[in-house]
Design a protein around this ligand. Structure first.
Ligand code: PMP
Length: 319
């Protein structure tokens, strides 16, 4: 079983596909599907956190994820078949039908569904689906993440725009991730072609130096992460300065703290980079402070941030 995916009969999972709800094994794509052959699709990854005390599933930043999906689709000349509000309602319905009582990961995707040969974006129909799966930890967070700087460079916006979550672009991430694992690390950090720090294979990156938080600005070929946005807000609420700017590789080695952010990863401390210990090798104070608050927010324990959550099982969902 893959890291992160909890045991459950995938075939019996209810998915949304072809405009309705059906079992996973009833929703098929053909071998020649454009999105499969050419990577012409885009997707989202949304987390739902199960609170056993309240018997509630909290879906995190649904609106932000669906707005980003709409923007990604637009870049690929596609249009979502539903408004953001409708997609929020469908997602809540989907979780309710599956009646998950465990953390989940929801994967909406839209892709070119033409089954023919000929690479293009124009004149091709598209299909939309949402697949939810039970999910556990993505990166082993308690030990801290051992990262390396990847030999692969992040694709530039002039090649494939990384601010769109495009399926084909994940070859770039997969190359970096597998190289990192093969070399004994947990995760790779990609630099942009000009040598500045971009992001992890599926996470944004932050570093702390002298009490200030730094993260690459959106022009550094990063995905504009929903968790990144949340962390910037949390940090500013704590009174911590956050600076978005180009970051040099050397700054990673000199940092007091480094952490990754992502829907799947949450907030994960990086404890070494290229075998150089970050700070004292433990989880730094600012990382812990932000991470602890984030972990409370996503299970509905922080009323101030309640607007980030949608309660899947409450009679009335909030947006
Ligand atoms: N960068 C990349 C390349 C990613 O795949 C992800 C995961 N979606 C992130 C950053 C983090 O984004 P988010 O916080 O929206 O999950």
């Amino acid at each position: 079983m893959r890291e992160g995916v909890a045991a459950r009969d995938l075939n019996a999972t209810v998915v949304y596909a072809g405009g309705g709800f059906r079992r996973y094994d009833e929703a098929k794509v053909g071998l020649l599907t454009h999105g499969l052959q050419y990577g012409t699709g885009c997707f989202e990854g949304i987390r739902g956190y199960w609170s056993p005390q309240e018997r509630e599933l909290y879906l995190v930043q649904l609106r932000e994820h669906y707005e980003r999906l709409a923007a990604s689709a637009k870049i690929l000349l596609m249009e979502l078949p539903h408004s953001t509000q409708e997609l929020i309602e469908i997602t809540v319905d989907l979780c309710t039908r599956n009646r998950f009582e465990i953390d989940v990961y929801v994967r909406p995707c839209i892709f070119k569904s033409a089954e023919d040969v000929g690479v293009r974006l124009h004149d091709a129909p598209c299909a939309f689906a949402i697949v939810p799966i039970p999910f556990t930890a993505y990166l082993e967070k308690s030990k801290g993440v051992r990262a390396c700087v990847s030999s692969w460079r992040r694709a530039d916006d002039s090649m494939v725009p990384p601010r769109a979550k495009i399926t084909g672009l994940y070859v770039n991430s997969a190359l970096a991730k597998s190289e990192a694992i093969a070399n004994g690390y947990d995760e790779g950090i990609l630099l942009s072609n000009d040598g500045h720090v971009s992001e992890g294979s599926a996470e944004n990156i932050f570093l702390v130096r002298r009490g200030i938080l730094y993260t690459p600005d959106p022009s550094q070929n990063v995905l504009e992460g929903c968790t990144r946005r949340a962390v910037i807000e949390i940090a500013r609420d704590f009174g911590i300065d956050v600076i978005e700017r180009a970051i040099d590789r050397g700054e990673l080695y000199a940092a007091d703290e480094v952490f990754f952010t992502g829907t799947a990863a949450g907030i994960a401390a990086v404890t070494s980079i290229d075998r150089r210990t970050v700070g004292d090798g433990g989880i730094g104070a600012i990382t812990r402070r932000i991470g602890d608050l984030y972990d409370r927010i996503v299970v509905g324990r922080e009323p101030r941030y309640a607007s980030w959550l949608t309660r899947a099982y409450a009679a009335q969902a909030v947006g």
